[in-house]
Design a protein. Structure first.
Lengths: 217, 211, 287
């Protein structure tokens, strides 16, 4: 059933907005921006960490998208297409910051010991005991190599499926699955290390003399 | 042979994607360390959506984008309404096309709820598509006539390829009557409808602009 | 300047202008335009029928040379910021196909983003670093030495990519698609009745998805390649010359008459997904 076309920006469906944007309609572009800018900005922000750069990347992604809007024929979901552009924009920016030329694979660490099995002598393998604090997780995500971070954000945070991620990132589905697993095991490792650091600090605090207070005794 | 920790670790990625083999299950029952690994990975997966608070980009961002679009001429004054000329052909084709495109878009790209049986909605949309396709065929044949003034190479290509897609639709529809569970053939059927709606859009554009 | 010289200068100016106008009149059907551009310009071309050729140079300029026979058609190139729009406009309703034909030779900076629409004739683009979006109806598309994301769609025109790198997406209804001597990490080629040929490097972690309804699909490989292949033809044949190892488990529910092939060659680094409804799929060794 053909949808009713609203006269105000807020009533346009995505499909209708795309059609009108292909004809250069300003309100249609704004509608598409409204529908998708939060997700794209959130992704950029989590990837680069600072709002100014995230804003810059979001602008670049939307400009590239709108310049190419004529070519969209609905072969993949519009949001997938947009995310693909956004991911490329982000990864290219990160690549430029690396000292050497890097492919996506190299944005992931080479010596991949993200197995979660750190066999340090004499150290207990503290499991996370099944609970993950949101703030700690955010910090750990920020420490992931960009390639892992991107897949984790797209799959576990934003809810894309592996076949969509394969489309967005131009990799295979198998690749997406293995990168995701590596990202999660690396996160586990980072969370465990942070936990160990906190536990160590608490033990040091407890040993300080004359520290009267709730945590001193 | 019972699985050891190293082997479970190698299988862990698949386990997290839902592949549960008997050996892996047996190992987990016996091994606290691997159980802790799986529990932690699950916990990370469950905690992740909390990071998805959609943050609003700064309010100043859209005006910048809009300004750039205007200066590049991507935003432009709206062209005259394209339905000038023989109204019946274009309106009929336009309406039928819009319906076909919407149904194909919804049918192909909508994801069903995980628990719902996959086939019923696809079969429903297939029937809808066939009905709309009959309307489209009538309008399309009128459009083909109106294409007479166009470049013969272009006209012939469009008409020939439209016929090829119609054959594909016919063969796939018949195949599906014999085996409605055939997902691959169904994907070919939907693809043909999708390509056909694109092709008809191309044809309609060439009638109106005189290219 | 004295008054006399000013007057003379003005007269000379007018004479030159009139001469130029006369010259332009004689060459009314050819235009040459040149534009200064910034980095990564966007160039769009909209044509109905004719030859469209795009090449690159080192200058930060875009040069458009266009010619056409009939006065019923106008060729136009305009600049808006960093965007050059080239288009053929049909001026009257009664035009013959010969009237509409316009040919373009466009030279752009190496790093340019291109969008070309041309119904019939030909499209030929080489040496560009940038994203290309191309659409034709019957015109064949030939690309050479393109580094960037290529999206090419035709109805009946063939698409040939030679020595390209970067993601390639090509789709046609009846046109053939050929990817030759290229180095792309991601190729998606789709036709209905056209043939698809992939004779290029299969990069590690690359993904090559070739799909058609009834044409032929052929992939050529060398002994040094490494890939994992899934090939299914519902009604046609699958022919294979690679010694494959079977994967650990295959989960596919295919009808008994379908032909399929799943396996790993060497370490299985690249991924080939080949699907046809009634066409023949061939995996052939390069000699």
């Amino acid at each position: 059933m053909a949808r009713v076309k609203g006269t105000q920006t807020g009533e346009l469906t995505e499909a209708e907005a795309i059609r009108r944007a292909q004809r250069g309609d300003a309100a249609a572009f704004e509608r598409l921006y409204q529908l998708h800018s939060r997700r794209v900005y959130a992704l950029c922000l989590r990837m680069v960490g600072n709002p100014t750069e995230a804003e810059d990347l979001t602008q670049e992604a939307f400009l590239q998208l709108f310049r190419k809007i004529q070519t969209f024929r609905g072969e993949s979901a519009f949001s997938t297409w947009l995310h693909r552009l956004a991911v490329n924009v982000v990864l290219m920016r990160l690549r430029r910051k690396q000292p050497a030329e890097n492919s996506l694979d190299e944005l992931v660490e080479q010596d991949d010991d993200a197995s979660g099995y750190r066999r340090e002598v004499g150290v207990e393998d503290l499991g996370l005991a099944g609970s993950v604090d949101r703030v700690h997780l955010e910090r750990a995500v920020a420490q992931l190599p960009p390639g892992y971070r991107m897949v984790f954000l797209l799959h576990d945070v934003q809810g894309y499926e592996h076949n969509e991620i394969a489309d967005i990132m131009g990799c295979s589905i198998g690749n997406s699955k293995s990168q995701l697993h590596k990202a999660r095991t690396r996160l586990r490792q980072l969370l465990q290390e942070a936990e160990r650091d906190r536990a160590r600090q608490q033990r040091q605090q407890a040993r300080r003399p004359a520290a009267l207070g709730p945590d001193g005794g | 042979m019972a699985m050891n920790c190293a082997e479970f670790e190698a299988h862990c990625a698949d386990w997290m994607e839902g592949e549960r083999t008997a050996e892996a299950r047996a190992h987990l029952l016996a091994c606290a360390r691997c159980r802790a690994l799986v529990a932690d990975l699950e916990a990370i997966r469950m905690a992740a959506p909390a990071l998805a608070e959609d943050v609003d980009p700064p309010a100043s961002l859209w005006p910048k984008i809009e300004a750039a679009l205007r200066s590049e001429g991507i935003i432009r004054p709206q062209p005259r309404l394209w339905w000038l000329g023989p109204v019946p052909v274009r309106l009929a084709l336009g309406t039928a096309l819009a319906t076909l495109v919407t149904i194909v878009a919804v049918g192909v790209y909508r994801r069903p709820a995980p628990a719902a049986p996959r086939l019923s909605w696809l079969q429903h949309d297939q029937a809808e598509l066939a009905r709309v396709d009959r309307q489209v065929r009538h309008a399309a044949s009128e459009t083909a006539v109106a294409l007479n003034a166009a470049d013969p190479a272009v006209r012939d290509t469009l008409v020939r390829n439209l016929a090829a897609l119609d054959r594909q639709i016919e063969v796939c529809s018949r195949t599906l009557e014999d085996d409605p569970d055939d997902e691959i053939t169904r994907s070919y059927l939907f693809e043909a409808y999708h390509q056909k709606s694109d092709l008809l859009t191309l044809m309609a554009e060439r009638v109106t602009t005189g290219e | 300047m004295t008054v006399g010289r000013q007057t003379r200068a003005r007269v000379v100016g007018w004479v030159v202008a009139l001469m130029l106008a006369g010259a332009l009149q004689a060459r009314a059907h050819r235009i040459v335009r040149q534009f200064r551009v910034g980095s990564h310009p966007v160039v769009t071309v909209r044509n109905a029928s004719g030859r469209v050729q795009v090449k690159s140079w080192r200058k930060a300029e875009v040069r458009v040379v266009a010619d056409h026979r009939s006065p019923k058609v106008e060729v136009d190139a305009t600049q808006q910021g960093n965007r050059i729009e080239v288009a053929t406009h049909v001026l009257t309703e009664d035009v013959s196909p010969a009237d509409v034909e316009a040919n373009y030779e466009i030279t752009v900076p190496e790093e340019t983003e291109l969008s070309v629409r041309n119904d019939s004739g030909s499209v030929h683009i080489e040496h560009i670093v940038g994203d290309l979006t191309l659409e034709t109806v019957a015109a064949p598309i030939e690309l050479k030495r393109i580094i960037g994301y290529v999206n090419a769609r035709t109805v009946g025109g063939s698409v040939t990519c030679e020595e390209c790198s970067g993601r390639l997406e090509a789709s046609s209804i009846s046109g053939d698609i050929r990817i030759l001597r290229s180095e792309s990490p991601n190729v998606q080629a789709r036709t209905s009745t056209g043939n698809i040929l992939l004779d290029s490097d299969l990069l590690p972690n690359g993904l090559y998805t070739l799909r058609n309804y009834s044409g032929q699909i052929e992939v050529r490989f060398s002994p040094s390649d490494s890939f994992d292949v899934s090939a299914i033809s519902m009604r046609g044949q699958v022919e294979n010359e690679a010694e494959l190892k079977q994967p650990a488990h295959i989960s596919h529910h295919l009808p008994s008459f379908a032909r399929s092939l799943f396996g790993v060659y060497n370490e299985g680094r690249a991924r080939l997904v080949l699907t046809s409804f009634s066409g023949t799929i061939r995996i052939r060794r390069r000699m």
